[in-house]
Design a protein around this ligand. Structure first.
Ligand SMILES: Cc1cc2nc3c(=O)[nH]c(=O)nc-3n(C[C@H](O)[C@H](O)[C@H](O)COP(=O)(O)OP(=O)(O)OC[C@H]3O[C@@H](n4cnc5c(N)ncnc54)[C@H](O)[C@@H]3O)c2cc1C
Length: 393
């Protein structure tokens, strides 16, 4: 066993850090996932900041790190990729579109036609094409296969009708990945197809939903007789279930939540040292506990990347990493709020808010992290079913 990164990997981490120091806006406050936060820029400029940064990341080749060379990628290992993700997440950098780069691309390697690969992979790698996931419906969340959205074949097109919801980033995306029922006679997941839909298609409406932070990060998407060319069907008619399973299997290989927890600990430690006049009851106990858990979380993330590089990763491994990381994120955000005291509830717009409202931001967003990409209960079902081979309850 070797728990060290190679010299080349250390150099790469350093390169990513220096790049972010140079390229992030000077007033960047390292909020994760939201380029559209008006602390940094008015919301309309946030999209531009995201797109500009995406182009710069694309120029470095960092949006296609683990893709094989034949698809224009860098053929790096997944461990290298996680180093990059760890640095990006700990600065909350804009410009990285996980749905395109990390999830759709490997799905297209497997199921895309040559035309589909040609059309989407290069723009994704260059940071020119941004995508979102539109799988959840008002009555189909954990059980996506109960979806109601329909796609009916009409000559060379499909006519799509239905509604999706909670689609993160849809307002700023060019395309969405979505599922629709193409054969209502077939049982549940058998009659489903996977489509790529250009969000500027007539009949497609994207409505932002203001989230708990007051930001328009989520959207509902309406499809009203939207005409989508048959060339946008990925993996064949009624074959969407296996396509989406492949795509989602890449979603949970991540290090974001743990990277943020490590930043939380660093910030708390600095804040305590900068404010010695305050009484910091139990801070050492709480932070030491989090430090241990963050180290465990980081190790299982890199272990998962290593398993993936060696063709040994299972859905159970990915579920364990996601479950541990997101629940730790929740505990750490709560601990931060408690340590900082009542002022931690103030928002970033209030000059008295400690750490520019950083912990409040993460505390509010921590509620959703154990729901997105599979709720904690669903992740436990995966671990119990695949890992422990327990019968379904
Ligand atoms: C921050 C965030 C980002 C999101 N981004 C996207 C996105 O980009 N695209 C997208 O399509 N969707 C997105 N979603 C939606 C997300 O995928 C769903 O919210 C999630 O799958 C749960 O579905 P639901 O909300 O309908 O809850 P339900 O599935 O109705 O679940 C309700 C409760 O029942 C529990 N439950 C359900 N089934 C079982 C079971 N079999 N065993 C045990 N417990 C069960 C759940 O754990 C939960 O506690 C996002 C959600 C959040 C919070």
């Amino acid at each position: 066993m070797d728990f060290q990164f190679t010299e080349e990997q250390e150099r790469f981490r350093h390169e990513v850090r220096s790049f972010l120091d140079k390229e992030l806006p000077s007033n960047w406050v390292d909020y994760i996932g939201t380029a559209f936060d008006d602390t940094v820029a008015p919301i309309k400029d946030g999209e531009q900041i995201f797109r500009d940064m995406a182009l710069k990341l694309g120029q470095k080749g960092w949006l296609s790190l683990f893709w094989p060379k034949e698809y224009g990628g860098q053929s790096c290992s997944y461990v290298d990729f996680l180093i990059y993700l760890e640095e990006i997440a700990s600065r909350g950098s804009p410009g990285y579109n996980a749905v395109g780069s990390k999830m759709l691309a490997p799905t297209l390697f497997k199921y895309g036609t040559e035309e589909q690969k040609e059309k989407h992979l290069k723009p994704i790698a260059r940071g020119e094409e941004l995508l979102c996931e539109a799988f959840t419906e008002p009555d189909a969340g954990s059980d996506i296969a109960s979806l109601q959205t329909k796609a009916v074949r009409d000559n060379n097109d499909y006519i799509i009708t239905g509604q999706k919801t909670w689609s993160t980033f849809a307002k700023y995306s060019d395309w969405c990945c979505m599922l629709a029922r193409t054969d209502p006679e077939l049982k549940r997941h058998r009659g489903i197809s996977f489509f790529l839909v250009d969000l500027s298609t007539p009949g497609v409406t994207v409505n932002p939903i203001i989230d708990i932070q007051g930001e328009p990060d989520f959207c509902e998407i309406f499809f009203e007789d939207a005409r989508v060319p048959k060339e946008n069907l990925i993996g064949g008619e009624n074959e969407g279930w296996k396509v989406v399973q492949t795509m989602l299997s890449y979603e949970r290989i991540a290090i974001g939540p743990v990277a943020v927890v490590r930043s939380m600990i660093d910030r708390m430690v600095r804040y305590i040292k900068d404010n010695p006049e305050r009484q910091w009851q139990n801070a050492g106990q709480a932070l030491a506990q989090l430090k241990v858990e963050a180290e465990v979380g980081r190790l299982i993330c890199y272990r998962l990347a290593w398993l993936h590089d060696n063709g040994m990763a299972t859905a159970q491994d990915a579920a364990m990493v996601r479950l541990y990381g997101t629940e730790l994120f929740q505990r750490a955000a709560s601990a931060g709020m408690e340590l900082l005291g009542l002022y931690s509830q103030l928002g970033k717009e209030d000059s008295r808010a400690p750490l520019q409202g950083w912990f409040r931001h993460f505390y509010l967003s921590s509620i959703g992290v154990t729901i997105a990409a599979g709720t904690s209960e669903i992740l436990k079902n995966v671990i119990a079913g695949i890992g422990l081979k327990l019968p379904r309850e």
